[in-house]
Design a protein around this ligand. Structure first.
Ligand code: 5AD
Ligand code: SF4
Length: 420
């Protein structure tokens, strides 16, 4: 989502006549779009500011994103920055930059009722795979998570605005659209269209070849969306469905409002609809009070699911969240060891999933050039990176036989061009 927000801010500033600098050292304005989800991400912004200030040019610095939202004026106190703008206020970035240039205070962390999206310029040229934010914020309040505080309440963008933006993206060169939201599968409108209804509308856009969506919550996995995985050809066989832990005691303490079993039952239904689906998830190790046995339950869930790929993190206490004040915070060494074991297991599953693709022929969307002459990089339907030697162009969808599977990518040979 930060990539999407970054693109929209770049478009806003381009409309003011600014062009992209080759690197931060030659820029007049640097916008740091920040993440507050874990402490490490938050600290990064302060080291980045320090590095920028050391260079000779001394650019104007704007801090955007969730660190801006959470820390507000604290950032101005801690570091020399010119603009602070939260994730729901970035449509005001040009005005804030103008204010800062005039020597005025430039801080906006409002969460206005009217959405920022209406105030953004039309999409310009994009790559073959584009993001489209359809839903923002979260009402789930998992006890470890800052998102409900930094991004605000769950809000769905209107159906017509999304379909318009999707068409604009396709006109601008997109062949694949990934619908984004903190709880994207909670997207809905007054008519109860649901994410599957939105996907059906995108399915009708000529020139659009692939649809994806991320991130979903288990409790919002409605029957219509599961059915869409069986019925909508453009909907790619990939589901990112975070579970966080395999232990019911920990899930309850996290306020996840699903159990290990209810999660596994959802995946059974998804697999029944789309047997080849690639599954992905998020995990947190070392949540306060997590015992060895509870961690083992996470490992056994990983084996039960057989994920194609995953993200996994050490628990990071975030200011203002209930879990930060819980007893039994887990020692750093214990978290390190658990993360290593979990990631070793996830890597084995990913390698096995990739290995199972070898020998198959599948459509690959070419996204960029590779390092070797004539080499191109693209994505399989299951979101694996595929490299191959081809004269196909960026944006082409070609049939590729997978001849080699490595743990992190696949190599292929072109078989045919797929009709649009
Ligand atoms: N510590 C560690 N990981 C976290 N996540 C969210 N909050 C925290 C935290 N405090 C992870 C979750 C979520 C992903 C986006 O980030 O796994 O799904
Ligand atoms: Fe955070 Fe996701 Fe939980 Fe919402 S559902 S509070 S975004 S982890």
């Amino acid at each position: 989502m930060n990539v999407y927000d970054g693109e929209r801010m770049a478009e806003l500033m381009a409309a003011q006549g600014l062009t992209a600098a080759a690197d931060a050292g030659s820029a007049d304005l640097v916008v740091l779009n920040t993440c507050h989800i874990r402490e490490k991400a938050t600290e990064k912004v302060y080291s980045d500011i320090g590095r920028l200030r050391k260079h000779g040019k001394d650019p104007m610095i704007a801090v955007a994103g969730c660190v801006a939202q959470a820390e507000g004026e604290e950032i101005v106190r801690r570091a020399k920055v010119d603009v602070v703008v939260g994730p729901q206020a970035y449509h005001n970035l040009p005005q804030l930059v103008a204010d800062a240039a005039a020597g005025k205070a430039a801080l906006d962390t409002d969460m206005p009722i009217a959405s920022k999206f209406g105030a953004l310029p039309r999409r310009r040229k994009v790559g073959p795979s584009a993001f489209l934010t359809v839903q923002e914020g979260c009402d789930k309040f998992c006890t470890y998570c800052v998102v409900p505080y930094t991004r605000g309440a769950e809000v769905s963008r209107p159906f017509a605005a999304i379909v318009d933006e999707a068409k604009a993206l396709v006109d601008a060169g997109a062949r694949e659209i990934t619908l984004l939201g903190q709880n994207v599968n909670a997207w809905d409108d007054a008519e109860g269209t649901g994410l599957h209804g939105l996907i059906a509308a995108l399915d009708r856009i000529e020139g659009l070849a692939r649809i994806r969506y991320t991130t979903s919550h288990p409790n919002d996995m409605r029957e219509g969306l599961i059915r869409a995985h069986a019925e909508v050809e453009k909907l790619m066989p990939f589901l990112h469905l975070p579970v966080q832990s395999g232990s019911d005691r920990v899930l309850k303490a996290m306020n996840r409002s699903h159990s290990r079993d209810s999660y596994l039952r959802i995946l059974d239904r998804v697999r029944a609809a789309r047997p080849d689906i690639a599954l992905s998830g998020d995990f947190i190790v070392g949540f306060p009070g997590e015992t060895d046995a509870e961690f083992e339950a996470t490992l056994s869930l990983v084996d039960a699911v057989g994920y194609a790929q995953c993200f996994s993190f050490k628990y990071s206490p975030r200011p203002g969240t209930p879990a930060a004040d819980m007893a039994d915070q887990i020692a750093a060494e214990v978290m390190d060891e658990r993360l290593q074991r979990l990631q070793a297991s996830l890597n084995r599953h990913q390698a096995a999933f990739n290995a199972a693709t070898a020998g198959r022929t599948c459509p690959v969307l070419i996204e960029r050039t590779g390092k070797l002459p004539g080499q191109m990089l693209g994505k399989s339907p299951w979101l694996q990176s595929v490299h191959l030697l081809t004269d196909a162009k960026i944006g082409d969808l070609i049939d590729v036989e997978i001849v080699r599977a490595d743990p992190n990518s696949l190599s292929g040979v072109q078989r045919a061009r797929v009709a649009a």
